[in-house]
Ligand binder design. Structure first.
Ligand code: HEC
Ligand code: HEC
Ligand code: HEC
Ligand code: HEC
Ligand code: HEC
Ligand code: HEC
Ligand code: HEC
Ligand code: HEC
Length: 446
């Protein structure tokens, strides 16, 4: 009888907790910011340009509803650079120009900054491809904005330090990332420089590794003489650019071939699904290389990843052991909990626990592991992916050094704990790290 009751109640409880979860998520998204932590931050005004759908507000200093020609006329004096760029663009050509008003609206007190949906009025094909990318999951251009604002470290850190996240991740919320306004020039987007405003720096050194590769060097040496008006297809270019490889055929997607993705987690590169992705890469390389050679290069990449994960797991095991022996100092519950308190503070170790957001407010040994994982390993991956041999060597040298450092720190922590125990010391450290000027400032100003 009792058992039957429990069996009956189980689905009801499950249903209740699912709906409670749903209500909680909706509630979390209801704050002044956006995303899961919207209640913990509010946007700076500039965010209106990066995420216009959510935050743009039109100025009301100019009133009137204007015809396209009038926009151009007045703005010739107000923003001459914009008008000159527009005049040089495809949009200004022909009998039916695409005027300022087509993209920004005609009522000057109700202007908008165009989202991808506005471009979709005339460029359905690119917009459809762009939206369709969501089916490959993270990372992808179309999901980039939610990924940034849903990362705990976006809400955890002082706003002045993280506002830049939105600038790069705005690749999801407007179409002028690669063909910049107001030229909207396809030729510009074909070149590698179009990507590196965002794709550079330690966690994603695409810029650095590409330009160090044979492809990047050829591009630097000869690229100025190539005819950039040609689409990115076989036969048109001697060496590939970023978009040639990642947006092949002009497809407005970058995730349709990704195996290792960002490189943050270990995958099985040989599932049947991944064989399909691998085939796409090999077909692409075969525009210029022998298929057999391309296959082998990708095998080298898998080998590099295997070696990297071997090192990373060694570090992870050491950290987890320290955690279970309660030796990480300061431990998670000794650190400031702003702005998002946690019911169960816990050191986050490894991909599945959310290590990717653990570069801040952590202990020294966790930070070492974070750098090994987020900077050294990801750098080695991109070097292997892009054919930068020196970068692979450097990344693995750094990982080995980090591993040594973690090992010696772990030894020191154990030694300290042993000494404390022998001398019956148990200092109360709570409160030592959980307040201070930085912490207090953040509590008030995010
Ligand atoms: C009589 C002159 C005049 C005309 C006509 C005019 N503008 Fe403007 N526009 C301005 C001025 C002045 C500003 C700067 C307003 C401010 O900063 O408060 C401006 C600002 C803008 C901005 C920038 C808003 C922002 O938030 O950064 C856009 C976009 C814009 N105009 C588009 C248009 C469009 C589209 C038309 C035609 C429908 C148009 N303008 C017609 C004078 C004009
Ligand atoms: C094909 C669409 C399109 C057309 C046509 C267009 N714009 Fe824009 N404009 C954009 C996009 C995209 C942005 C960037 C939006 C953002 O930052 O959120 C922008 C931004 C702006 C801005 C604010 C940012 C800045 O650089 O100061 C102004 C001002 C502006 N446009 C004026 C104009 C004027 C004037 C014209 C006509 C000569 C015009 N636009 C025509 C798409 C267009
Ligand atoms: C009212 C229609 C219209 C809107 C809205 C529009 N475009 Fe265009 N766009 C055109 C036309 C027409 C061309 C000329 C080429 C063609 O026929 O496709 C063009 C061409 C282009 C090109 C190719 C330029 C080249 O060098 O070959 C790009 C890139 C582009 N648009 C981007 C955009 C973006 C980004 C937006 C939104 C911010 C946008 N367009 C909004 C009509 C539009
Ligand atoms: C305005 C910034 C910006 C520009 C410009 C940009 N990207 Fe990205 N790209 C991003 C961001 C942000 C992500 C990560 C998205 C996420 O968080 O899911 C990303 C992700 C990617 C990915 C990863 C996809 C995956 O499945 O792992 C590839 C590949 C990529 N971009 C290629 C390019 C190429 C090629 C260009 C130039 C033609 C380019 N990007 C231009 C910001 C940009
Ligand atoms: C310089 C541009 C840039 C800045 C600034 C930036 N990102 Fe990114 N971010 C990227 C790119 C590019 C990728 C994708 C790299 C790849 O796939 O190799 C990425 C990837 C990510 C990912 C992983 C995507 C996934 O789905 O796994 C997250 C989460 C993320 N960024 C959040 C943030 C946050 C939060 C900030 C601010 C603290 C930030 N980013 C700042 C460009 C940037
Ligand atoms: C990651 C970089 C990137 C982003 C973001 C991007 N584009 Fe493009 N776009 C390109 C590249 C590269 C080309 C040239 C493709 C080729 O050579 O075939 C291009 C070409 C175009 C063209 C001209 C196509 C042709 O055949 O002439 C249009 C129209 C266009 N893009 C519209 C858009 C729209 C609309 C969006 C937003 C949904 C967008 N783009 C976002 C990189 C980008
Ligand atoms: C020769 C073709 C080629 C060129 C050129 C190239 N890449 Fe890649 N890229 C790759 C390969 C192959 C991988 C590894 C793919 C995997 O793990 O599935 C990769 C991985 C990436 C990733 C991680 C996401 C993914 O697709 O796995 C990003 C982001 C990226 N490249 C961006 C860039 C940028 C930005 C440039 C230009 C500065 C560039 N790439 C130039 C072939 C290329
Ligand atoms: C548009 C043509 C083109 C495409 C596409 C292309 N490559 Fe290349 N690649 C070249 C050229 C040209 C060279 C320099 C000459 C050479 O070494 O064969 C080169 C050189 C290389 C090198 C250095 C060769 C060496 O012996 O050191 C590697 C590695 C490489 N490519 C890998 C790839 C991979 C992997 C892909 C696909 C993801 C790819 N390439 C796609 C044209 C291309």
């Amino acid at each position: 009888m009792r058992r039957r009751l429990i069996l009956l109640l189980l689905p009801v409880a499950a249903l209740l907790s699912v709906s409670a979860g749903f209500v909680y998520v909706q509630w979390s998204k209801g704050g002044p910011g956006s995303g899961l932590y919207s209640r913990y931050w509010s946007p700076d005004p500039v965010q209106g340009y990066w995420d216009p759908d959510n935050f743009y507000r039109s100025p009301d200093s100019v009133s009137g509803v204007f015809d396209g020609k009038l926009c151009v006329q007045c703005h010739e004096g107000i923003t001459p650079g914009i008008v000159a760029d527009w005049r040089a663009s495809r949009h200004a050509r022909g009998d039916n120009p695409v005027y300022c008003s087509n993209c920004h609206g005609s009522d000057h007190q109700q202007l908008h900054m165009p989202t991808p949906l506005v471009c979709a009025n005339c460029h359905e094909k690119q917009h459809d491809a762009f939206l369709d990318e969501a089916r490959y999951g993270f990372p992808s251009h179309v999901l980039a904005m939610e990924r940034a604002v849903d990362a705990p470290h976006f809400a955890d850190k002082p706003k002045a330090e993280v506002q830049s996240c939105v600038q790069c991740h705005s690749v999801a919320t407007k179409c002028d990332s690669c063909h910049t306004r107001h030229r909207f020039d396809a030729a510009e987007a074909r070149r590698s420089e179009a990507c590196i405003t965002c794709h550079s720096g330690p966690p994603h050194p695409d810029d650095e590794t590409y330009f160090a590769s044979a492809h990047g060097q050829l591009y630097l040496a000869e690229g100025k003489n190539w005819d950039w008006s040609k689409p990115l297809i076989k036969g048109n270019y001697r060496a590939p650019t970023c978009a040639y490889c990642h947006m092949d055929g002009g497809r407005h997607q970058v995730a349709h071939k990704s195996l290792w993705k960002f490189g943050l987690r270990e995958i099985n590169p040989h599932t049947s699904q991944n064989s399909v992705l691998r085939r796409r890469w090999i077909d692409l390389c075969s525009d210029c290389h022998e298929e057999r050679q391309a296959t082998q290069w990708l095998t080298e990449l898998d080998g590099e990843r295997k070696a990297a994960w071997h090192k990373l797991y060694q570090a992870e095991t050491m950290l987890k052991k320290l955690r279970s022996d309660d030796l990480i100092r300061p431990s998670a519950d000794e650190r400031p909990d702003y702005p998002m308190g946690s019911l169960w503070p816990r050191e986050r170790i490894g991909f599945f626990e959310g290590q990717a957001s653990a570069f801040y407010n952590v202990s020294a040994i966790e930070r070492d592991y974070f750098e090994m994982w987020y900077f050294d390993s990801l750098g080695a991956y991109k070097s292997a992916a892009h054919g930068d041999a020196a970068g692979v060597r450097e990344g693995h040298r750094k990982m080995a050094a980090s591993l040594d450092r973690i090992e010696s720190r772990a030894g020191r922590l154990r030694q300290l704990a042993k000494t404390a125990k022998e001398n019956e010391l148990s200092p109360d450290l709570s409160g030592l790290w959980s307040s201070g000027a930085y912490t207090d400032h953040n509590r008030e100003h995010n």
